[in-house]
Ligand binder design. Structure first.
Ligand code: PLP
Length: 447
């Protein structure tokens, strides 16, 4: 039996995948933290508390998961069930074969494409959803598939490396010019400069929501400026999807990259690109498409044209269940609730002596609060929060180098708390108490 490495410290509690003899033994790090919430599951009367009962990772009552911007590690039980049911009952690859299992997988793929169109609030039919393995692959597809030698691409400074790094490679290999709209450390962009920078541009690539600032750039205004300049609009919806409904169609964007494992509550390994009808995207990867096998090129019809290789069936089953969960609970009420928690967290952390809250309150943004603690390196704070308080957060630069440059935190990095559908006020309470206890002994304050 193979074992995963032991957790760094503490005993851990064993669990198994249920694969039986020869299966993978999973050693989950569940050393109880030294400090516990009064009611770690959330108040049973609250919707979140109820929803959280039975969620993956919520069963031992010691985890205060606050890293939803990285991935929704707490998933609704129906998502897990859907993945397992697919593996148990379907197992085949969509678009590969005429037999009943392949047809069932194809039916599920179509249902998932339709659900993506609904939750993103875009039109154009399910065939405009091109499945990829994550937002990174979708963004690469969009950028490499639209930018030609010598083209200009404009971005905000709030973009993730999954946008910035492909553009850098495109600059080296295709002579693409990258222009960055000036913006401040609170998320305010210079729209007059944006208008100038968009002149002659082929593409505007803009994040729907920043993964460290927690703000949403003014999409409608930016898209309007881009359209007037004749540029396509690509939205990185990795942090946006699942928090908002509508807005993309109204902004008339052309390309939307999404990932399934964050706000959409699916498993890792599935994301995609929505392409507006009429927008041309060159295949970035080519290979088997399940049909038109005698043709040396990818078939012309969407989505096959841009989907090379076998698709992620279990991922689709999970993503569909995640989207249906959001639709049942309501995207708006869930988001409102979690944004109320964000405000409380922002205020709570801001009241701790020695803590600088880097994110603006951004009530119309996403539930992310990023801080710096005087005298406590971010990695240390994150480690202590985990080990002593069961509060799981993320330290570092969060793949957003330009935001850290604006904050002046390139050296140190910062600590990000991000909330999601299963967050409770008890999580916040423990997090603030934990930060207070860790930072207090240093007795250092920001001047
Ligand atoms: C804003 C943003 N864009 C893109 C990505 C990439 O998503 P994935 O890792 O699923 O490809 C992330 C992931 O953190 C993100 O926060």
């Amino acid at each position: 039996m193979r074992s995963l490495p032991n957790p760094p410290r503490g005993k851990g509690v064993r669990g198994t995948t249920g694969l039986g003899e020869g299966g993978l033994e999973v050693r989950v790090y569940r050393r109880p933290p030294r400090h516990r919430a009064r009611n770690p599951q959330g108040t049973a009367e609250t919707e979140a508390g109820k929803a959280r009962q039975g969620a993956v990772g919520a069963d031992d009552g010691v985890l205060h998961y606050m890293d939803f911007a990285a991935t929704s590690a707490l998933r609704p039980p129906e998502v897990v069930e859907a993945v397992a049911a697919f593996l148990r009952q379907v197992g085949a690859t969509p678009g590969r074969g005429q037999h009943r299992l392949a047809r069932e997988a194809e039916r599920l793929a179509l249902a998932c494409r339709k659900a993506v169109v609904r939750i993103l609030g875009v039109g154009g039919g399910p065939d405009r959803v091109v499945f990829c393995s994550n937002a990174t692959q979708a963004l690469n597809l969009a950028l490499w598939g639209t930018l030609r030698p010598g083209d200009v691409v404009v971005t905000t400074p709030y973009e993730h490396n999954s946008v910035l790094r492909p553009i850098r490679k495109l600059a080296r290999e295709r002579g693409v010019e990258h222009r960055v709209i000036p913006g401040d450390e609170k998320g305010a962009l210079d729209l007059e400069a944006a208008e100038r920078l968009l002149e002659g541009a082929r593409l505007l690539a803009v994040t729907g929501a920043s993964n460290v600032l927690g703000t949403c750039p003014p999409l409608r205004e930016l898209a309007g400026l881009a359209r007037r300049a004749g540029a396509l609009v690509l939205v990185d919806a990795a942090q946006w999807a699942g928090h908002f409904r509508g807005g993309l169609a109204e902004a008339q964007v052309d390309l939307v990259a999404f990932t399934g494992h964050k706000g959409l509550l699916g498993p890792q390994g599935l994301g995609g690109l929505w392409v507006r009808p009429g927008v041309e995207v060159e295949p970035w990867q080519v290979g088997g498409s399940g049909g038109s096998s005698l043709s040396p090129d990818m078939p012309p019809a969407f989505p096959d044209r841009l989907e090379a290789g076998s698709l992620n069936g279990p991922g689709m089953a999970g993503l569909l269940a995640g989207i249906e969960f959001l639709e049942r609970e309501g995207v708006e009420p869930l988001h409102r609730r979690v944004m109320d928690l964000k405000r409380a967290l922002w205020e709570g952390l801001g009241s701790v002596r020695g803590v600088r809250v880097l994110t603006p309150p951004a009530p119309d943004g996403v539930p992310i609060v990023t801080i710096l603690a005087a005298g406590v390196p971010p990695e240390h704070l994150a480690r202590r929060l985990d080990e002593d308080w069961g509060v799981l957060v993320r330290a570092g630069h969060h793949c957003a180098p330009l935001v850290h440059r604006l904050w002046g935190t390139e050296e140190s990095g910062a600590v990000r708390f991000s909330l999601g559908w299963a967050s409770t006020s008890e999580d916040l309470e423990v997090a603030v108490r934990g930060v207070e206890a860790i930072v207090r002994p240093t007795s250092v304050a920001f001047s």
